[in-house]
Design a binder for this molecule. Structure first.
Ligand code: C2E
Ligand code: MG
Ligand code: MG
Length: 697
């Protein structure tokens, strides 16, 4: 140890070299001129002085009785702040072995009395133990083996300890908000759960995710984003109070552990309070910022008795909360795990599907309202699952978006559609849907360029359909992508207009050529109760003012065509002019007159809407996770990834909204799907489709 290294030259010399002890060496130095000293001594002294002056260590020496005869200047000054002169005092009185030192098997006095070496003893100089030192020493014998005292070194441990404590603190706390970090929260949760054993202590875990935080960060900058996170942390602390642990998991995710509460209604109230508090506007640097918050909750021990299981289950509940329109909370239920597994399965299958050619495209005609001629087709993806049959893009596109598969799928769609359209006998347009995730990639214009070059398609014939959710990011990158795409000469259409969450502000700058009015405003347009005609009229007026075309989507009945024409829409797309068809059928259709003949039902009937969302089915006292595919006021069509063992004429209840069952009867069952007639008419417009909302996220 240091005692041996720095003291060796001195100790080796014994007393008869003229500087057998440290104090004499130092005293001698002041009397002698440098050139009078021998090299060894001069070098040793230089080292000592250097170490002392740099403050990296200090030296001490005692007489035979263990009384200090030398102490380096620096440490002497620090210690004698208390007014004590330390020379002559017993080393063992000046330094006491610190209570934290597990390495010290023997007391300092034991070594001094026993004349044995000691190394790296952690000692302090006062009872508070605030200042910590490490000292090492060895006995000093003269040439004839006579004990002369002790010589040794010391160093200050206080700063090192402080740094260690700071490192430990930083490892446990989030530096931005000061809240516990993920590791610390897990530790606390583990400890609480361990303590629970044998004694009942209710516990709930809430995982929080801020809605629209990314948009704030992207548009107002990271500094504002950081400030917002700090304010969120403060509001969270104020809202949940002291009976809870609060942590930040990273990014815009927070967590709260509620101790001593497991009643759902009470927890629901707390969650509600958090959502309400965090959703109030924030005022930062002159801007008023609004965000929201979604919460997933799991309760110990019902939903798990380890931190891993509780976190996983709260996370599943959070995912469900976000899928249910955000700004809300959800409790974990075991069916969520089954749903997540279904999703995982679908993701694996989809990966396989892309390689195995299970995907194909169909094309739906778009017809000019004035000419009645086909002006183009929209390419729509189809997945023929080997076991489950046809799976709708409304179902698999969100899974592809979540899993990153949307990029290869999107590229495949673009290349396939442009290659097909380039072969058509008439140069009508081809519309391709582009997911917001694809749109956020700066490489999209390159991909479009490549697809156009590969197919030889005239760029003016390609129309990219984008939903309003691309504006949620609102970043400069979005604007650049718009510019680059327009520079290629392709057309841009705003899909599902009216279902998004953005303001209309983006219409001022985004270079759209067309607005596609969402089906929900078009369906039942002839029925006064829907007010849809008024909404469509307003959208058409807006589009006309900006010189944009309009397509009415989802027109089914022939009696609606005239009305839509009268309202001024420039295009119609819907089953009324044919279902999406294969490329071969397009070739046949385009070889004919190209005037589209209405084929849909003559008169509009009670509205039936395609609405893909997770629902619960109650049957024989069980609750089964199922999916809604289609709904009207009088009935619904459902299916499930699990094989459904349903029988006609069985009574069931459907929970379109969790916890609100509606009675009905199974009318038919076919290939994993079932049609259910509801006991009472139901206004399904009140339930929103989570599929779109997830895509918009
Ligand atoms: P979308 O782009 O709004 O496409 C129109 C959807 O409405 C299509 O459903 C089409 O079959 C359906 N539809 C058209 N006319 C009628 C009608 O008269 N009545 C009814 N009830 N429905 C009609 P589909 O093919 O199931 O696609 C659903 C959504 O999935 C699309 O909505 C689009 O957002 C997405 N999608 C489809 N293919 C792709 C794709 O290749 N890439 C991406 N990113 N999304 C796609
Ligand atoms: Mg579309
Ligand atoms: Mg659409």
């Amino acid at each position: 140890m240091a005692a041996d290294d720095s003291g060796s030259a001195l100790a080796r010399r014994g007393d008869n070299g003229g500087f057998g002890s440290l104090s004499r060496l130092k005293r001698g130095w002041t009397r002698q001129k440098p050139d009078e000293q021998d090299d060894d001594a001069a070098r040793a002294l230089r080292f000592i002085t250097c170490v002392e002056e740099l403050g990296s260590g200090w030296f001490w020496e005692t007489d035979r009785e263990g009384r200090l005869t030398y102490l380096s200047q620096g440490v002497m000054q620090q210690l004698s702040e208390s007014g004590r002169s330390l020379l002559g005092e017993s080393l063992c009185d000046v330094f006491v072995v610190g209570g934290d030192d597990v390495s010290a098997e023997r007391t300092l006095r034991f070594h001094i009395v026993g004349r044995t070496s000691f190394s790296d003893y952690h000692v302090s100089t006062d009872s508070s133990g605030d200042r910590l030192w490490s000292i090492s020493g060895r006995p000093l014998f003269d040439e004839v083996g006579q004990f002369r005292g002790f010589v040794g070194t010391g160093s200050d441990l206080t700063a090192k300890r402080r740094t260690e404590a700071e490192v430990a603190r930083l490892a446990m706390f989030d530096s931005l908000t000061g809240l516990a970090n993920r590791a610390k929260m897990q530790l606390s949760l583990d400890q609480l759960l361990a303590r629970r054993q044998g004694r009942w202590q209710p516990l709930a875990l809430m995982l929080l995710d801020l809605d629209r935080f990314k948009a704030v960060n992207d548009t107002l900058g990271h500094q504002t984003g950081d400030m917002l996170l700090k304010l969120v942390a403060q509001r969270l602390q104020r809202t949940v109070g002291d009976g809870a642990l609060i942590g930040r998991r990273g990014g815009d995710e927070f967590e709260v552990v509620i101790i001593g509460e497991c009643r759902r209604d009470a927890l629901g109230d707390i969650a509600h309070g958090i959502v309400a508090a965090l959703s109030q506007p924030y005022h930062i640097a002159g801007s008023s910022i609004s965000i929201g918050c979604s919460i997933g909750i799991s309760i110990a021990p019902d939903d798990g008795d380890t931190s891993e299981t509780l976190v996983r289950n709260a996370d599943l509940a959070l995912y469900s909360a976000k899928g249910n329109g955000r700004g809300t909370h959800r409790f974990y239920v075991p069916e969520l795990l089954a749903l997540a597994q279904m999703r995982r399965q679908m993701e694996d299958d989809l990966r396989q599907a892309l390689g195995d050619g299970q995907l194909h495209l169909v094309y739906q005609p778009v017809v000019g309202t004035v000419s009645g001629a086909i002006t183009g087709y929209e390419a729509l993806a189809r997945w023929e699952h080997p076991r489950l049959g046809a799976i709708s893009p409304a179902e698999f596109i969100p899974v592809a978006e979540d899993s990153g598969l949307i990029e290869p799928i999107g590229e495949w769609v673009l290349r396939t559609a442009t290659l097909a359209a380039a072969q058509w006998p008439v140069p009508v347009r081809i519309a391709v849907n582009v997911s917001p995730i694809q749109f956020a990639r700066p490489t999209l214009p390159l991909l479009v360029t490549s697809a156009l070059a590969q197919s030889g398609l005239d760029p003016a014939r390609l129309e990219l359909e984008i939903t309003e959710s691309v504006f949620l990011g609102g970043s400069a990158a979005t604007e650049a992508t718009f510019r680059n795409l327009k520079a290629l000469g392709v057309r841009l259409a705003l899909d599902d207009f009216g279902t998004g969450y953005s303001s209309l502000g983006y219409l001022k700058t985004a270079p759209f050529d067309k607005i596609k009015i969402d089906q929900s405003f078009v369906r039942g347009i002839g029925q006064e109760s829907t007010r849809n005609a008024a909404i469509v009229k307003a959208i058409v007026t807006l589009a006309d003012a900006m010189d944009l075309e309009t397509t009415a989507e989802g027109v089914e009945a022939q009696d609606e065509i005239e009305l839509i024409r009268a309202l001024g829409c420039t295009h119609i797309q819907g089953f009324v002019y044919g279902r999406p068809m294969s490329d071969a059928q397009v070739l046949i259709q385009l070889s004919g007159t190209q005037l589209a003949a209405p084929v849909g039902v003559k008169v509009s009937r009670p509205v039936r809407t395609r609405m893909l969302r997770s629902i619960w089915l109650q049957l024989d006292g069980r609750r089964i996770a199922a999916r809604l595919r289609d709904v009207s006021a009088a009935g619904a069509m459902i299916d499930s990834f699990e094989p459904l063992t349903l029988q006609s004429d069985t009574r069931v209840a459907i929970e379109f909204v969790e916890g609100e069952p509606l009675g009905g009867v199974i009318r038919w069952v076919r290939g994993g799907r079932a049609g259910i007639g509801l006991d009472q008419l139901f206004d399904f417009r009140e339930i929103k489709s989570p599929v779109r909302q997830q895509a918009a996220a």
